[in-house]
Design a protein around this ligand. Structure first.
Ligand code: ATP
Ligand code: MG
Length: 359
């Protein structure tokens, strides 16, 4: 009796494992689930029937068979319903993936089905949106870069042709040509820096550095321009300041861009101020001016690649609208923040933070 029970249990186990193996090798999800559901019902009922028939021959075979068929049918309907709910999002995801891989980055999948499938759909859509944003940004970058490279190149070509045709002596255009070549060089350097920032391949040589010399060197660098524009330049740096952890040449570059921007936007007799404050675990640096301040659009877009507020007025390609995009990339690479705001008494304030070194 015990030997028979053990034999029956062993046979059920072996058949069950065999069915599970077959189910796991099936190519379709619904077929796997259906096979498993049928096995889960048919196996216990089958072994009960075999056991009953051999031991008691109870005559209730028909009843047990009817129950088996009903349970199997119920399982099949259940599998069909669940399968439909599972397969609809899978098929939608397949279609969206095919569209994306053929280059249509606007493809999205409906976020339907059980929670796991909805989460998968939402993660897929977020990934597609991110890819689309990157693609748009790249297209825009190439368009603007080629536009800004073309302007000085066309002007260089025109000047060269004038010299070649003997229309003008070389000395007449040499200073302008050297200015255009410098502008082109700056633009290419900026593009290279941006590309490295975007790709995350910029390695910063971080050191513990006092902020004061950085500010002083920046003020010295723009003093002549400030004087020429009739703008006062002041700095307010407290005596006791922790060092900051930074790559000094990169921070100087950021400061220089902020201060030259401020100078350009400050009318004669105005002032540009560099302020430094120590706050919790970081140092806050602000560049303030008494210019026209920032429009709503500027506040939203001034850190974008190639955005400049006075695009129409700039024809010589000397200003690319990359300074703040690079500044943001550099400050974020240091683990700091950078932002812009309007001052309550007029003018703009651009601030950034740098991590303070442990004292
Ligand atoms: N202090 C400021 N006051 C008013 N507008 C500003 C100020 N600083 C920046 N802006 C606006 O933000 C735009 C973007 O500045 P950003 O430094 O990125 O570019 P840019 O100075 O025009 O060119 P680049 O720095 O590449 O030579 C500027 O064109 C200007 O319209
Ligand atoms: Mg600038």
């Amino acid at each position: 009796m015990i030997a028979f029970s053990l034999l029956l249990a062993l046979a059920t186990l072996l058949v069950g494992l065999g069915l599970a193996f077959v189910a796991s090798r099936m190519p379709r999800m619904w077929a796997q689930v259906a096979t498993l559901a049928l096995a889960a019902i048919a196996l216990p009922l089958g072994s009960v029937m075999v056991g009953g028939a051999l031991m008691l021959n109870s005559g209730h075979d028909i009843t047990v068979l009817a129950a088996l068929i009903a349970a199997a049918l119920a399982a099949l309907v259940g599998v069909w319903l669940i399968g439909r709910r599972l397969l609809a999002p899978v098929h939608a995801l397949q279609r969206a993936t095919a569209r994306i891989s053929s280059g249509d980055l606007s493809a999205r999948t409906p976020e339907i089905g059980p929670r796991e499938m909805r989460e998968l759909g939402s993660a897929f859509n977020a990934m597609a949106a991110h890819l689309e944003e990157l693609q748009d940004a790249r297209t825009q970058l190439v368009a603007w870069a080629s536009h800004d490279l073309r302007a000085p190149l066309a002007s260089l070509q025109a000047m060269l042709e004038a010299v070649e045709d003997g229309v003008a002596p070389p000395e007449r255009y040499l200073p302008a040509m050297s200015e255009q070549v410098r502008a082109l060089g700056d633009l290419v350097d900026d593009l290279f820096e941006l590309a490295r920032l975007d790709a995350g391949s910029l390695t910063l040589e971080l050191r513990n550095v006092p902020v004061t010399p950085l500010v002083e060197s920046c003020v010295r660098g723009v003093e002549a321009e400030a004087h020429a524009r009739g703008v006062r330049i002041v700095s307010a740096v407290p005596e006791q300041l922790p060092d900051v952890i930074c790559a000094p040449d990169k921070v100087e570059r950021v400061l220089y861009n902020l201060v030259t921007n401020a100078l350009r936007h400050t009318p004669t007799d105005g002032a540009v101020a560099l302020r430094v404050e120590s706050e919790a675990d970081h140092v806050l640096v602000s560049v303030e001016d008494t210019g026209e301040g920032l429009s709503h659009e500027a506040l939203g877009r001034m850190f974008d690649h190639f955005w400049r507020g006075d695009r129409a007025r700039v024809r010589d390609g000397a200003r690319a609208g990359l300074g703040l995009a690079i500044a943001r990339g550099l400050i974020e690479a240091h683990g700091g923040d950078i932002w812009a705001e309007n001052r309550s008494d007029g003018g703009a304030r651009i601030s950034f933070t740098l991590p303070a070194a442990a004292v």
